[in-house]
Design a protein around this ligand. Structure first.
Ligand code: SF4
Length: 199
């Protein structure tokens, strides 16, 4: 049905007016099913072009992912949110298995940060009662010009990328019906993704 909001996928054009989340102590408790339609609308308000609920078990982890960070990314070991400071794929598989709900958000281009979107959602979902809410973004952390060597100075906002935790983003995205391709030059608009784990 044209214009209908469903938990399958919602685009920015389908956005209704902004709604507020329940205040702390008034919302659901962890383990309850979340209102994905509302969550998707918020993701689009924050800049996502679409978002959908996915099964945490559909998130693909693989041993080769860290090697793509270690050999090929100039930011390896330069940020607290980058490997080797992040969980291995084996460790993060165990983390994924602690969750029963997840939201995959899709943004396009480099002007919109999927990390910023999922962090904002994580904070709102946490405050509404889902105490295990945890978000992962895309790419290295750019909150500081240079990463503080001693400790992260923005722990409320800084989150690792999915790939930094051993997630095969390409396989995960495709398995859930979204598209992603290798970007070959600067004229191509990248599809970028963020993940919010909820329970
Ligand atoms: S917020 Fe700053 S200190 Fe923290 S990981 Fe990002 S760049 Fe490093």
């Amino acid at each position: 049905m044209a214009g209908a909001l469903t938990s399958e996928s919602v685009t920015a054009e389908q956005l209704p007016r902004r709604e507020s989340w329940p205040q702390a102590g008034q919302g659901p408790r962890g383990g309850d099913s979340i209102d994905f339609d509302r969550l998707i609308r918020r993701a689009c308000e924050l800049g996502a072009i679409e978002a959908k609920p996915i099964e945490p078990r559909s998130v693909v982890t693989a041993p080769w992912v860290r090697l793509k960070c270690q050999f090929g990314c100039p930011h390896y070991n330069t940020r607290h949110c980058c490997p080797p400071h992040t969980p291995t794929y084996e460790e993060f598989r165990k983390v994924l298995d602690c969750y029963t709900q997840a939201l995959l958000i899709h943004s396009q281009g480099m002007d919109v940060s999927p990390t910023r979107i999922v962090v904002e959602l994580e904070i709102e979902v946490f405050l509404s009662g889902y105490h295990k809410a945890l978000s992962l973004g895309a790419g290295p952390c750019w909150l500081c010009k240079e990463c503080c060597p001693d400790r992260c100075v923005h722990p409320l906002k800084a989150r690792p990328a999915m790939e930094a935790c051993g997630i095969d983003v390409y396989s995960t995205v495709r398995a859930n019906g979204y598209s992603i391709e290798v970007v070959r030059n600067r004229s191509q608009v990248p599809n970028r993704y963020g993940l919010l784990l909820i329970d």
